[in-house]
Design a protein around this ligand. Structure first.
Ligand code: ATP
Ligand code: MG
Length: 184
């Protein structure tokens, strides 16, 4: 059966589109028909929901089986994500996990535990680091996982995909790491 996952953030610009494939040129009012066309062909449909909690978000939350919540480790982003959590609870759509994107690990940043305790009892499905390769990949119009497959963000995005699908994460080692890795 096709799983419809809505990727929601509350606040815009946190990196939803970076995390999912954009459904360009679709009209939210047509959402049920678009989804019907896709059903059966795909194992997973990811809905890249626009920022804010307006009509489009509501219809996506309604159409979805589950929600992937994306936030940054900053209070405004988490506060807005919390609004999306409340909305999801009202709609009765379950949140299957949280992605914290653009993590730098700097002192001023919110810690993962603090982000998670603010949001509730959800699973942190992905912690994606701030990575210049994301911006470079956007400039080259190539998804970062293809543009720079071994970059820190790509590794964590692939792990996230593996966790979401219950498959095993597999990273091909560079040949010199395989042979000379013991020297490090
Ligand atoms: N892990 C990352 N490392 C560095 N830059 C990032 C990362 N993730 C996202 N970005 C940058 O953040 C910008 C915003 O990301 P994106 O467009 O995916 O956000 P969004 O949540 O989809 O925004 P909107 O809600 O407006 O659609 C991108 O242009 C990208 O350059
Ligand atoms: Mg977007």
């Amino acid at each position: 059966m096709t799983r419809i996952i809505a990727c929601v953030s509350g606040k815009g610009g946190v990196g939803k589109t970076t995390v999912v494939k954009d459904l360009k040129g679709t009209d939210p009012r047509n959402l049920p028909n678009i989804l019907l066309d896709l059903l059966g062909d795909s194992e997973i449909i990811l809905l890249d929901v626009a920022a804010g909690l307006g009509r489009e978000t509501l219809s996506a939350l309604e159409a979805a089986d589950e929600i992937l919540l994306v936030t940054n480790p900053e209070v405004p982003a988490v506060t807005d994500a919390l609004k999306a959590v409340k909305l999801a609870q009202q709609m009765g759509t379950k949140i299957s996990g949280v992605v914290i994107n653009r993590v730098t690990g700097r002192k001023h940043e919110m810690k993962t535990e603090d982000v998670m305790s603010m949001l509730g009892e959800y699973e942190p499905l992905g912690i994606i680091p701030e990575d210049i390769n994301v911006q470079k990949s956007i400039a080259s119009r190539v998804p970062v996982v293809h543009y720079s497959p071994r970059s820190p963000a790509s590794k964590e995005l692939n792990k996230l995909a593996a966790r979401m699908t219950g498959t095993k994460y597999y990273q091909r080692e560079r040949w010199y790491n395989k042979w000379f890795g013991f020297l490090r």
